[in-house]
Structures are given as structure tokens and as C-alpha cells.
Design a protein around this ligand. Structure first.
Ligand code: ZN
Length: 268
């Protein structure tokens, strides 16, 4: 079951049975779906229950929990930098892992989940630059949005800003527990500066992310980024997530917030 919550008029935050979120934006003319979840359920059918507009589907980055739902759509868009990651994460080995996780949660996996062919996304073309980030402005009809490529969680990670509500969709580039340790993540210090820069570029009031359904105030993200000093990162404790990667974490005092990163890339 894909749960849908209308956070602002025309903005639905959807959460799939595996617990990852995506966002549906509806303007007077068109709609846009930002991310597609794990793809175990028919995301397209769920979206069509919520809108009768034509839907453009944009993937925030190439990780499996955001892209496997792309199979339900004919065309999706993704940063060129993340296409390789998309191919890896829609591969059979990753799908087997997801199917096992889903079975562990007692969820039904579609019969063709391991054999279906995932469509290759179209590389998103971005013509403008805002604060140095490649950007694309679009109007869905009384809903102006800006997509920006903000390297961090992956090299091609996208962030979306909705002017009308002062709402930033960070996807995995910021979560209360932000992960910057996967092989495709960029060094933590560069991510932090990119995030500070993008938050300063817009009059952001609210933030939605992928792995926590709550609506966060801008202040929460600003404080998170301010608290994550070089000193704290230098003292980060080791955490074992993958034996091939020296992974460390900083626990921030507020509401159990954490930052997990690749230590070697940070020290380079
Ligand atoms: Zn991710």
C-alpha cells in the first residue's frame, strides 16, 4: 500500500510499503513525480488515483529505493552522472536483495520482479546555473519548480525547490540520518558546502526528504549543517556497515540526528 499525505495543496508525499517516500506535485497544467520508490507496488496506478494531469517522472538519484518504481512508467528522467548507478541498482543482484528484504517484511513481490526489463531513463538536460549548480526551471501551471543538480549523496543527486510553498525536496541529499558512505558518494566536506550553498540560494521554509515522512522546518536543516563541524567529523566514531568501507558517524544532539560518511574520502 502506498500511503499518500497532502502536505500542501497540490503536494502529496507518498510512502511505499518498504518505507521510502516520493513526492507528487500537481500544477494546473501538469504533474511531476519526484522518485518512484522500491517498485514492488504499481506506483503509476496509485499516482493516477491522485491526479488526472500528465505526469513527468524525475528520479532524484540512481539508488534502487528511488528508481525501481520506474518500471511502471514509460519514460523517466535522471542526471547523466547517475545513469551508471541506475544500471547497477536495477541489476539482478540488487533486485534479489530487495526481494529478500520485502519477503522478510511479509510483502508480496511481483512475479516478474527478477526478470522484468527496466527502462533506461532519459538524461536530464539542464541549461541554467543557479549558485553554480546546473538547474532547470519549470512551471507546472501555478506551481513553479526548480530542479538542481547538487553533488553529494551521489554525483548527480537532484534537489527540487517549489517556490509557492518555500518547500525543498532534498531526497537523500539530506535526511535526519544522512548517508554519505556509498561508493558513489562525494567527500563529506564538499557535500556540506554544497548543501549550505543551496539552502542559502532560496527562501526555503520547509523541507521534505526520502527516509522520514515528517515535514521539517528550514531551521532544522540549517542547524544540522552548522553542527556538523570539521572538529566533530574528525572525532567521528567508527560504525560497521560494510567491511570494505571505513564508515564513521557523527551523532548530532537533536532528535537522534546522525551523519554517516566515508572516512577515507573525508581525510583525502
Ligand atoms: Zn540514496
Amino acid at each position: 500500500m502506498i500511503e499518500a499525505r497532502e502536505v500542501f495543496p497540490g503536494v502529496h508525499h507518498l510512502t511505499d510499503a518498504m518505507g521510502v517516500s516520493m513526492t507528487l506535485l500537481q500544477g494546473a497544467g501538469r504533474a511531476m513525480l519526484f522518485d518512484t520508490g522500491y517498485g514492488l507496488e504499481n506506483v503509476r496506478e496509485r499516482v493516477l488515483e491522485l491526479t488526472d494531469r500528465e505526469v513527468d517522472v524525475v528520479l532524484s538519484h540512481g539508488h534502487h529505493d528511488h528508481i525501481l518504481g520506474a518500471r511502471w512508467f514509460g519514460r523517466t528522467y535522471l542526471s547523466e552522472e547517475d545513469l551508471e548507478e541506475y544500471r547497477l541498482r536495477t541489476g539482478r543482484a540488487q533486485r534479489e536483495k530487495v526481494a529478500a528484504q520485502a519477503a522478510g517484511k511479509g510483502l508480496t513481490v511481483p512475479g516478474d520482479f527478477l526478470t522484468a526489463v527496466w527502462p533506461e531513463p532519459v538524461a536530464l538536460k539542464m541549461g541554467e546555473r543557479i549558485c553554480g549548480f546546473e538547474s532547470l526551471c519549470s512551471d507546472l501551471g501555478d506551481l513553479k519548480i526548480t530542479l538542481m543538480k547538487v553533488p553529494g549523496h551521489t554525483p548527480g543527486s537532484l534537489i527540487l525547490y517549489i517556490e509557492k510553498w518555500g518547500l525543498m525536496l532534498t531526497a537523500d541529499n539530506w535526511n535526519p540520518c544522512t548517508w554519505l558512505w556509498f561508493p558513489s558518494a562525494i567527500p563529506a566536506r564538499i557535500w556540506r558546502e554544497n548543501m549550505k550553498r543551496v539552502m542559502a540560494a532560496f527562501p526555503v521554509r520547509w523541507v521534505l526528504c526520502s527516509h522520514d515522512g515528517r515535514l521539517f522546518s528550514r531551521d532544522t536543516v540549517d542547524r544540522y549543517l552548522q553542527a556538523l563541524t570539521d572538529e566533530k567529523m574528525n572525532q567521528a566514531e567508527r560504525v560497521r556497515l560494510d567491511e570494505r568501507i571505513d564508515t564513521r558517524q557523527v551523532c548530532l544532539e537533536r532528535e537522534g540526528m546522525r551523519f554517516v560518511f566515508d572516512w577515507r574520502k573525508f581525510r583525502r
